[in-house]
Write a new protein. Structure first.
Length: 547
């Protein structure tokens, strides 16, 4: 280099570099115009540097703003999705869900129309729900069924593969003329569509239309549409389950009502069966004194007739005529007056005893049923047990051909307890009847086995009562019958379980008894049993019912 021209390049007030001009072949005197020209070039270069830096900063800011905007849109989309999802899940009604979804999506995407389209079995379809801006004609209930040949032939086409589809302008999408004509009928210029699946089956489509002009759909808008379509599919499945549950609920309710009716009928049958046993026992108990009274009425009638005849003769002998006296003596010969004087008082005493026995049975029957008393009231347990035993007197005596059942009572001094006396008497009867059945089977088995020790066996029922704890009473009813097998102990209180022959028991007695003790009185009913040795039922009842 023989000559140099160097001009500083300033970026603002900072020296960024140098603009150098070199002369190699010979010396050179730089003219002022040349120096000024280079200075201007250096100034232009400095301005270009500043503009380039500013452009880079602007581009960075634009990129940052675009990133922030994308993040804000993503956040807004997530918030909108959460909002729409929550709105959808707040209702189990499919119609409300669809109407809410179309309205929310239209407002969020600021489109002219959002619709829900359902496929028919032949893959034609109908618009079921929509949200549309005023001024555009509705499609739901107006537009006819759409028979799209492509969708019908391909059973949903791309949507069956769970694809979304967005078109910014129907006139530049390359659609067939018939497809464009259909979209024009729908007043759509741009559209985006997402599938709705019911499980694995394509149920329909969620479509949004821009009717006013073309629209470039953003990726996040299409993604939001797809996510809402997915949520609608979940809601559709839930609505289906709800309908199934509601249908099952109605069916279960009907079944429950039928079972309750059947249970009431079975309980009624059980009560009628118990009533039959009760009536048979009462009839037998009353029959004996009634037969005795009826049989003696003929003798009493004969005695009274004879005595009346003698009375008439006595009235006639007041005249003291010989003829009347002879007639009285003849009448006296035909009447065994001495026997009548001895036998008539005995007959009347026996008849009185018979009537008292009948009155006692009827009184016990009234005490057993408690028909004239309130359902819940203070009552003496012993009265209920004694009334039940009196009514079961025939069964107690008829239990064994050899000898009647021996009843051993060990009553403690119990206070009246708050209860339903009629229901408790039913429990006592059920337990005692089971004990009598067990004793009958035991005695019959010993008779059939020709056991030499049979004469030593006495069928017994022990009934013990006592105070239990601070606020309960306890009743124990024990027998020395056959007992309960180990395999049957867990089934004793089950409904319809019975070891009795067909026609002799329904299996409801102990189940109903436990229900009465546990549910109606807040008490306990349990049992202990040893096979071959007997069974003991234990009843514990509160003295005062809990309110």
């Amino acid at each position: 280099m023989r000559a140099n021209l160097i001009v500083p390049v300033l970026k603002g007030s900072e020296l960024w570099g140098l603009l150098c001009v070199h002369q190699y072949n010979n010396p050179r005197r730089w003219q002022l115009a040349e120096i000024e020209f280079v200075r201007k070039i250096a100034g232009y270069f400095a301005v270009a540097l500043q503009q380039t830096e500013q452009l880079e900063q602007n581009q960075s800011q634009i990129a940052l703003l675009a990133q922030v905007a994308a993040q804000e849109r993503a956040l807004a989309r997530q918030k909108a999705l959460v909002k729409i999802t929550n709105r959808i899940r707040q209702s189990l009604n499919w119609e409300i869900i669809c109407q809410t979804a179309t309205e929310e999506v239209r407002q969020l995407l600021e489109t002219d129309r959002v619709t829900i389209y359902r496929f028919n079995p032949d893959w034609s379809g109908d618009f079921l729900f929509e949200s549309v801006v005023d001024g555009w004609k509705p499609l739901v209930g107006v537009f006819p069924t759409i028979a799209d040949s492509h969708l019908m032939e391909n059973q949903g086409g791309r949507y069956a593969a769970n694809e979304t589809f967005a078109i910014p302008d129907i006139y530049r999408a390359g659609h067939a003329d018939c497809h464009v004509a259909l979209l024009e009928e729908l007043q759509a210029r741009a559209y985006a569509i997402a599938p709705i699946f019911e499980g694995d089956h394509l149920w329909g489509l969620l479509a949004t239309f821009q009717n006013s002009g073309p629209r470039q759909w953003r990726a996040d808008e299409v993604e939001l549409l797809a996510q809402i379509g997915e949520q609608l599919g979940i809601a559709l499945q839930q609505a289906k389950y709800v309908r199934q549950i509601q249908t099952q609920s109605v069916e279960l309710k009907q079944t429950l009502e039928e079972l309750q009716q059947s249970q009431l009928q079975l309980i009624q049958n059980e009560k009628m069966a118990s009533l039959g046993q009760l009536v048979a026992g009462v009839a037998h108990e009353i029959n004996n004194p009634v037969n005795f009274i009826h049989g003696n009425l003929a003798h009493v009638n004969e005695y009274v007739t004879d005595l009346m005849a003698l009375a008439r003769c006595c009235q006639q002998t007041k005249a003291q005529s010989s003829e009347d006296i002879r007639a009285f003596q003849e009448q006296l010969k035909t009447v065994d007056l001495e026997f009548i004087q001895e036998d008539l008082p005995k007959i009347l005493t026996s008849m009185k005893f018979g009537t008292e026995r009948i009155r006692e049975i009827v009184l016990s029957l009234r005490n057993f049923s408690r028909l004239d008393e309130a359902e819940v009231k203070p009552a003496h347990i012993h009265e209920g047990i004694d009334s039940t035993l009196l009514i079961l007197g025939h069964q107690i005596r008829a239990c064994s051909d050899q000898q009647p059942v021996e009843i051993v009572k060990n009553y403690s001094d119990l206070p009246p307890i708050e209860c339903s006396p009629a229901q408790l008497n039913q429990v006592f009867m059920n337990i005692l009847l089971n004990a009598l059945d067990a004793l009958e089977v035991t005695t019959q088995a010993q008779v059939n086995s020709n056991n030499s020790q049979f004469r030593d066996y006495i069928p017994r029922i022990w009934i013990d009562t006592q105070i239990y704890g601070p606020d309960q009473v306890e009743i124990r009813i024990r027998d020395n019958g056959i007992g309960i097998d180990e395999a049957n102990k867990t089934k004793v209180f089950d409904y319809f379980f019975t070891t009795k022959p067909i026609g002799k028991g329904t299996g409801l007695g102990l189940a109903i008894s436990r229900q009465i003790i546990f549910e109606k009185h807040g008490g306990e009913l349990s049992f202990n049993s040893i096979s071959g040795q007997g069974t003991e039922f234990v009843i514990r009842l509160p003295i005062q019912l809990k309110k």
